[in-house]
Design a protein around this ligand. Sequence first.
Ligand code: SF4
Length: 221
Amino acid sequence: MQKKIKKERKKVQVKRVKQIISLLRKEIGKTTTAVHSKNPFKVLIATLLSQRTKDINTEKAVKNLFSRFNSIRDFLKADIKEIEKLIRCVGFFKVKAKRIKKLAKIIHEKYHGKVPKDFDRLVKLPGVGRKTANCVLVYGYRIPAIPVDTHVHKISNRLGLVKTKTPEQTEMALKKVVPKEYWIELNELMVKFGQRKCLPRNPKCSECSLKKICAYKKARK
Ligand code: SF4
């Protein structure tokens, strides 16, 4: 009996997740996750640069940096002062410049110039936490994973998909409720949705197509 109830609950949960994904897809339109999947090193560096930095400044720094350097070898030879100059619009640019050089060296020497494809190796790299490692897997290699940033953490809780306090708890909880086939697109859908509609401070609930199934909205009626 217990097993049957559990199975039924799971079915309802999956149905709800599918409904959420479908509404998010309609809100966001075409996702571009596949486009990123050509240069895992670029994904790694972009995610590193994005730490404690506004999206607009991250984009600028990534553009500056990768229009000057492209391969890991280029970064090995690069002058650290030049890297600093190219990324000075992001927070902690001096620390990040040092880290970029260090990452290029480790990946060149230890991994023959290839960014590792597995989570455990990725999180051993300096400055690489769960979110960055998962971003490399999803955007660099299209390996199913769930990178959780503020948007993903907040939106998942608002929708009532999870009830968690930290991004790490959110990642674990999402992995239990979201079928694996949706993991790759989940981050992009939620990040864009968080930038356009479900804003961190003032979500635009009145114009949101998820409002009928949103726990946050329901609690405010
Ligand atoms: S109804 Fe509001 S809180 Fe809920 S998902 Fe939409 S914008 Fe976010």
